[in-house]
Design a protein around this ligand. Sequence first.
Ligand code: HEC
Length: 164
Amino acid sequence: MGIRIDGAIRRMTTICAALLIGIAGSAHATGIAQIIHARQNHFHQLGRTANSLRDQIGQSRPNWAVLTADANRIDHLASALPSWFPAGSGKGHGVDTRARAAIWIHPREFAKFARQILRRAQNLKQAIGSRDLGAARLRARKLGQGCDSCHRRFRGNSSLWHMW
Ligand code: HEC
């Protein structure tokens, strides 16, 4: 009798431990989903701001206040960009992401692209600050090229898309 209860308790303990591991596992997955969604939100913000800036900078008499606000926001987002990619937030967690594994395999190269976009954002801010439309347009084009070059190297197709 005592032995049977003992065994039952042991089985219960095992089941509880398994459940706890299961819960911890799904909490981990939720954390990754949040990180990936936050990252994509940041990028969508960056994309919207860059579009707004591009539209404005194409005008013959641009609104400098809008340009200044956009450039500040791009600078701010660019300086935070590296923090959106903690290790383990790539593909393979059932969350749709285009972040390629190369980001974590070649972290120094990725950091170089991130530093480059920040520098270009700062140069753009400076040109806008001095109300130099020609220079600002050139800097904006450089910024856009910086986005593209990182995307070509480190942004792949959606992981879910690959499944079909
Ligand atoms: C250092 C690399 C890097 C730089 C620089 C960069 N991006 Fe991205 N971008 C990425 C990666 C990686 C993703 C995919 C993120 C994901 O799906 O989790 C992404 C995703 C995006 C998305 C989300 C939609 C999509 O197509 O995946 C937008 C919009 C975007 N980037 C715009 C920009 C703009 C605008 C710039 C320049 C101002 C820029 N990015 C600069 C790496 C970069």
